[in-house]
Design a protein around this ligand. Sequence first.
Ligand code: PMP
Length: 383
Amino acid sequence: MSLYDRSLNELFRNNKPNELPKVDETIMVKQKKMKRKEYVPEAFTNTVGSTPLVELTTISPKPNVKILLKCEFKNPGLSIKDRVAEHILNQAEANGELQPGGTVVVASSGNTAAAFAMMCGVRGYKCVAITNEKCSDEKVNAFRAYGAEVIVTKSGLPPDHPDHYQNIETRLVAENPGWFGVDQYNNPLNPEAYYFTIAPEIWEQSNRKATHFIAAASTGGTVSGIGKYLKEVNPDLQVICPDPYGSIFYEYWASQGRVVPPCGSFEVEGVGKDSIPDNLDCGLIDAMPRVRDKDAFAMCRRLSTAEGLLCGGSTGVNVHAAVELAKTLPDDEEFTIVCVAPDSGVKYLSKIYNDVWLTEKGLMPDQEDAEEDDCSTVSVVRE
Ligand code: PMP
C-alpha cells in the first residue's frame, strides 16, 4: 500500500463509505478568524520587485555569519533588470522621450535587453536588442520570444570598435531620429531604479541587520544604487564588488583610476567588462575580490543541488565571494552578508548546468586547472 493510500485510509477509517471525514472545529474557527486578504489582479509585468531574501542554509562556513540571497530571478523577466526597464520606460514616457509606437534600442549582455523586450511588447513599442556572441542562446531566444528585433555582434571586440555592441546602440540612435537609446552603462536612472526599490527592500528584509553587501558589476547600476542606499542607512556597511579575472574593473578600482586593456577572457556572463561605465561608483566599493569562472560555476552547482536555487553565473560569483569573506570575519561577532542573485539559471541551462559545455571549457569542478593567462598588469594591490 502506498503512503498516499494509507493516509487516505487513515483519514476515512472512522467514516462509513461515501461519508466525509469529521471536520476539526478548531481549525474552522482559526480560519474564520484569519483576515481575508483582498486579491487584486494585475498585469504580469507590473509584478516587478518585492522579491524574497532567503538564507542560504548550507553555504556559510561559520555559525556567526549569515549569508542571505536576494532572489531577483523571481522578477517576471527572470532578472534584476526588470526594475531598470520599468523605471527607464516610465520616465521616458512621462517626459515625452518615448512616443506611442516608438522604438527602443538597447545594448546588453542579455538581461537588460530581455527586460526591455518584454516590457516593450506589452507597452506597444518596437525593441531592438543588441548583444554579442557571448550571450547564451537561451537569452537571445528570449529576446525574440518577446518580439524584439535582435542583433548579435562579435564578442571580444575592443570597446572603440564600431561593431562593439554598445557602439551599435549609439550609432542606431544617431541614425534614427526619435529612437530611444537606453544607454544603461551611463544612464543615471539605472542605479536610481535600485536605490528606490531593491535597496530599501534589502534593508528591511534583513531586519536592518545587513553588515555586508555583495554584487559584481557590469554597468555598475546594482552595486552603486544599492551600495549608496545601504551606506546611507548603515555607514559601517561594507560594499564588496567581486570581479571576474579578465575584467578591467579590478585594476581600475585598485589603482584608483588606471584603465588597462582587458587581459584574458572569462565565461561568466553579465559581470566584468572591457571599459569603465559612468554608473560604476568605485568610491562606494570597499573590496573587489577577483573570482574565477570555475569557482563561480562550482558555487552555482552547489546552490542548485543543495539549496534548490537555480541561478546564473554572477550569483555564483557573489556567493563564492561571500564564503571567502565569511572565512576572514572574526568569530565573536554576528554578521549578515547580503548577496544579489541577479538572474535565473534557466538562462544558462546549456552552459553552466551542462557537463559537456563545462568539460569543453575545462571548468568542471574535478578538472585540472588550465594554465593561467600571463596578466602581469592585474597584479596591483590597493593601498
Ligand atoms: N549579473 C547579471 C547576470 C547581469 O546580467 C548583470 C548586468 N549585466 C549583472 C549581474 C550586473 O549588474 P549591473 O549592470 O547593475 O552592474
